[in-house]
Design a protein around this ligand. Sequence first.
Ligand code: ATP
Length: 267
Amino acid sequence: MSEPATERADNDSTPLLEVRDLIVHHGQLRALDRVSLRVFPGEVYAIIGANGAGKSTLLRTIAGLHRPTDGAILYDGKDMTKVRPERRATGGIVMVPEGRRLFGSLTVEENLKVGATYARKGPWTIERVYEIFAWMKDRRTQRTAQLSGGEQQSVAIGRALVANPRVLLLDELSLGLAPVIVQRIYAMLPQILSTGLTVLLVEQDVSQALRVASHIQCLLEGHTTLEGRPSEVTAEQVEAAYFGLSPAAAEGSEALWHGSTPSSRAS
Ligand code: ATP
């Protein structure tokens, strides 16, 4: 497997984002069951897992859109668990949501201006976004509803960037896009990371996640089944973690195997 863009920091340095034993319910359903992670500055941390594994719930809870039943979210060492979503965003935790959620009747530039409304100070401006997405400036007056899925995804990323995040949460960038478009969008990551950003992404496209991440975690029915560096895990281990197969596949690995399929998600 290819080397990650950024090496993971030493374990004794402070994570920029930390999730501790997070439990989140949707009604009676325990969507996340004691999920923990530590994301270090400058890294790309990928959450993988099948449909319904709890990936979006995790990202949305970090953004403040779901209230956890238990557990903690720390950002730069400070407890953010009860902080309102707007304050998390203005503090530097910014999400590109699943399905883009652009304002379709607004133009490309108007959508970018929405993202810049409560922006932190930082390197990202609308002009800078036009530099990395070369097609965008010429089409800045076009309504986003008229754009292709890949173009819309790029505008959604640009809208998040102009807020000048420290941690960028990317939810399923590849959803509904052709593989070649997905690769083109992920090709932007090095430029984004070079401005000092840290990325936590959710991705169903496992090979894409393994290509770009410095650390991965696999969720299955709300539980962590595997975590480690892409270079520490084999394709068989990832497959076993993804589908809940025998943990024997993880033997001899430096990655952490967290167990087999949970029998029930009811609380
Ligand atoms: P997908 O790739 O399909 O989006 P996911 O791994 O992101 O899957 P989640 O969307 O977090 O998974 O969903 C986890 C579980 O929680 C699923 O069983 C889903 O049906 C349920 N769920 C998610 N959001 C809600 C909600 N708002 N109300 C009720 N149940 C929900």
